[in-house]
Design a protein around this ligand. Sequence first.
Ligand code: ATP
Length: 756
Amino acid sequence: MSNEKESRMSQLQFSPPFDKLQSTAWKKRQQAVCLSHAFKHYGSKKRSNHVLVNLNMTVSKGMIYGLLGASGCGKTTLLSCIVGRRSLNSGEIWVLGGKPGTKGSGVPGKRVGYMPQEIALYGEFTIKETMMYFGWIFGMETGRIAERLTFLLNFLDLPSGNRMVKNLSGGQQRRVSFAVALLHDPDLLILDEPTVGVDPLLRHAIWRHLVRLTSAGDKTVIITTHYIEEARQAHCIGLMRGGRLLAEESPQALLTMYNCISLEDVFLKLSREQAGQKSAVVELNMFGGGLGLNKMSKREEAPYAAEDEYVVGLNFQVINQSKEALIVDNGDVSLPGKVIEAVTNECNDCGGCFNVTSHGKIKALIQKNILRMWRNVGVMMFIFVLPVMQVILFCLAIGRDPTDLKLAIVNDDAQLVNGECMFNSSCSMKNLSCRYLSHLTEHTRQIHYANLSAAQDAVKQGHVWGVLFFNEKYSDSLVARLALADAADEETVRLSDVQVWLDMSNQHIGLTLNRDILYAYRDFAQDLLERCEYNPKLGDIPIEFLDPIYGNEDPSFTDFVAPGVIITIVFFLAVALTSSALIVERAEGLLDRSWVAGVSPGELLFSHVVTQFAVMCGQTALVLIFMILVFGVENHGNIGHVITLTILQGLCGMCFGFVISAVCELERNAIQLALGSFYPTLLLSGVIWPVEGMPLFLRYVSFCLPLTLATNSLRSILTRGWPLTDSDVYMGFVSTLIWIAVFMTLTLTILKLKKN
Ligand SMILES: Nc1ncnc2c1ncn2[C@@H]1O[C@H](COP(=O)(O)OP(=O)(O)OP(=O)(O)O)[C@@H](O)[C@H]1O
């Protein structure tokens, strides 16, 4: 050890005593990472899985710390606590002088470079775009990112920066992921198995680079690896098992202390000791020199809660610095970095200096969202083609009267001439059945049958929708009935009736025929009276329907359903688009990477809101253009209000999508929840049937749903032209805004809870 280093060490050892508590805290803050009595479990208290159990760990600045342990022993969990991605259930954690997650600590954020186990990269980005994205998130200048990109492409032997990540090999993708962690030259590098799938030459280069990085003393690396041999190059090794560190020493010191020739032997020995010398069933998988300690008995994996009893080594306390800890492979003794750090360098003193402005991050996030959509043809089709298709299909398929309905006619009143039912259109009282039938043609196709039983059979077999029967005395009886009025006898009245049997199994077709048969009689009677110079009104029932105040005399079902359909399309497209967005990012480890890079849930949501808002404006424009301009759905109101309400509903759907994606871990569950909510909402919101037709209790449920009042409001604007001041209209806006606020609050709360 050099004299200078020695004197610095002794200065530390005899540093002026603060009060005891203060000096302990001060010591912890001088380390790159310091955990004491750390506990972490997953699951509920009753069924908890204890992953970190009274774990103590000290990583001094400027060292490479190799974290080794069997699969499932808690390494990733430990790293995620260090980077601020998870918090401990109890215990203390200091990272770079601050507590992860506290303001200005820079962790999570730009002070830490994190390479997770998963690839966690956007497949549809090029390498360059990937670097730009993460660089902007870290608040780097574009020029600086380009410089680092050139260096990292060379250093990591990566192909051109213009290659798409998804087209790279697995090993190349891992190297890009490693490059992202190195990009902003962070103070602390956390690398979760960075050398998996990397060839030996490059692995060697990576380790050389890590050693070079840390040699200046201001950069620290924590690395997990299953290649135990490469871990020999670390300054310190933490051997982890059952949620705690069995040892924390330099490789050389471990070998010496345990009198072993390999680190695997050391680990085996320690594991046996920890398991109380009882048959430690540890299978060493020797493939590629890997540690492969993944087949331990359950008993062995159980956590050990006794206080510090198995921790071997000196824990690198700065004041009692272990010499062994400072021995590097070549036998030289070196200081693990800048052991002495001025208290003035503490992060709390620079208050917020590690905060990257939200502006840069949001810009990067928005660009990322747009690029992901743009590069994904399926998503683009979903966004812009699907709503148009839905509108076109709705307008073509829903609300039109059924036509070409076959009706069986049995006419004993008139003879067919060349298959035609002939009549005289002047004031003639002959063949009145044919005259009547001439008014029944709008939606029907008449098929003449010779007798009643054949016609009724045709209905029974589904060939026709109904039978109209005219007896042989129909015309004469009808004339007599009109002439005699109330003097007509029962027989005359009966014979002047047209007898009808309908197939009412299809309500809409049945009602259409029913209506047409009645209207045809009215038209027939009025026509006959007019030709015979009577007042045609005598043929009508004595009720006069004047011009409707709203709507028209022949209201269309399309006009009734259209407002609800517009809102449903925009709402549920937004749900579908958003609900999977966060889940996919989370499943691919991208969300974790963003959190660790310092992106907050609020920034992430905001970026999605902005992108989605732009998408929704496009969707709304397309839906309204096709509904109103192309298919002529009526609009008597202010188009500005129609557009605003539709966009607000889209935002509301997006926020609901955020809730789903925050709640669900799997995309499958998100799809189930989105689909599951679609039908109840559609049925209960008065979109396809008036709310007034529901039982009373269901109406209350209906009014509490996000689409009901908005649909009512849009309907009032479109069909009645009501202004915003009308309560029916403004309640749609108010309820939508309330739902947006509720969904956003829920999402933020769930995300924050999950982040913790
Ligand atoms: N989100 C989670 N919820 C519940 N249990 C979890 C969660 N993440 C990890 N675990 C459990 O915690 C334990 C430790 O997992 P962790 O990923 O930290 O292990 P590891 O040492 O990194 O393993 P490997 O080397 O295979 O990556 C495992 O039993 C795992 O099943």
